[in-house]
Design a protein around this ligand. Sequence first.
Ligand SMILES: [Mg+2]
Length: 426
Amino acid sequence: MHTARVARLDSLQPRQIMHIDFDSFFASVEQQYNPLLRGKPIGVTAANGTPNGACIIASSREAKKLGIQTGTRVWEAINICPSITFVKSDFLKYLEISKVFLKICSDYSPFVELFSLDEVFIDITPTIHLFGSPENIVRLIKTRIRDEIGEYITVSVGVSHNKLLAKLASSRNKPNGFGKIEENDIDSIYSTIEPTDLCGIGRAMGSRLNKIGIKNLLQIRNYSKEKLVLEFGPAYADVLENMAWGRDDRPVVPYYLLNETKSVGRSYCLHQNEYDKRIVMQNLYELCEEVGIKLRRLNKKARGVSVSLAGTCDIHGRKTYGDYFDTGAEIFKRLKPILEKHTCSVSREYVRQISISVHNLKDNGDLLLSLFDNPKKDKVQATIDRINDRFGDHTIRNGFLLYSDKLTTMPNGYMADRFERANLAT
Ligand SMILES: [Mg+2]
């Protein structure tokens, strides 16, 4: 594709962006591979042996109809449907299917962005004349998914002039649907949906909007900009304003043009509400180790950390340091001051979800070894990494972790960082 021509086309006509989203991806894949699971309510879980408190990370269409969703606990699901089948997730299988899917999409435009393991954006503006219409591309892609991946795997597709609205269009046409949103449709659709139906407005943001009296996206248009800035800060106020008008000029970034990795993170949902601070800290340490492994695989070091613990109180914070680091122990040490600052009014607090990430990354090659650094330290770590690569993650682990959960650096469904995407592109 000649880039100059593409650019000119872009400026002459509105863009045509397609969003494709697999329906109940992990669960459908399991049903595709095992016909005995078809037509039945199933829940995919991350944990071995499905402990009662574990979260369901994906449920089948049949389970969704009963109200069993992502995030439903195993015991809740059993209460709703005693005959539900639980299947342990197999991310390598999902990853393989994502690769086939990307190949199919790439035949319809060079601009295919992997948004998550089961979602892509395709900019069809420069290629649409080759295929006639978006509807025709959708028909071709759906047929190829059926033939090349499996008849049990279906997708929902949305088309619009930007990513925000294309994603909204697909979410309104699930499962196995197709929807289009044109400029003229925005107001009538916005008047019927919740702000949280838009990608980018989460539940927490939704309730903050609610608190200042905004229950509908159209209301943001008339809301005082100063007040929005006061409430959400200038950057997010702009985002909200653009969303309210259905504006979004983010480009579709092809998956093979990997952006510079800006952060590396990992999030973990504990099996139960955890009141024991020591266990929380052990799991936190384990996540630090994992993020350290990812960082070192990317050949980078970080100097910023952020952490969030969710449970009875929401604790979150970030901190940037002057020096760079890449080991779990160093990350953990730098997270601690954020947690120590925190006080909670609840006498017995528990934690359920732990998320950490590191930012302000730099390539190892660009870092000068400081006079005070011990070059031996990197060598010891490299040896440990080689052993762990060979025998499985965390064969050698810090003594502090002796009895904590053994996590694993598998891709997660949300593709929280670009590490997994880098693997996909190869
Ligand atoms: Mg999906």
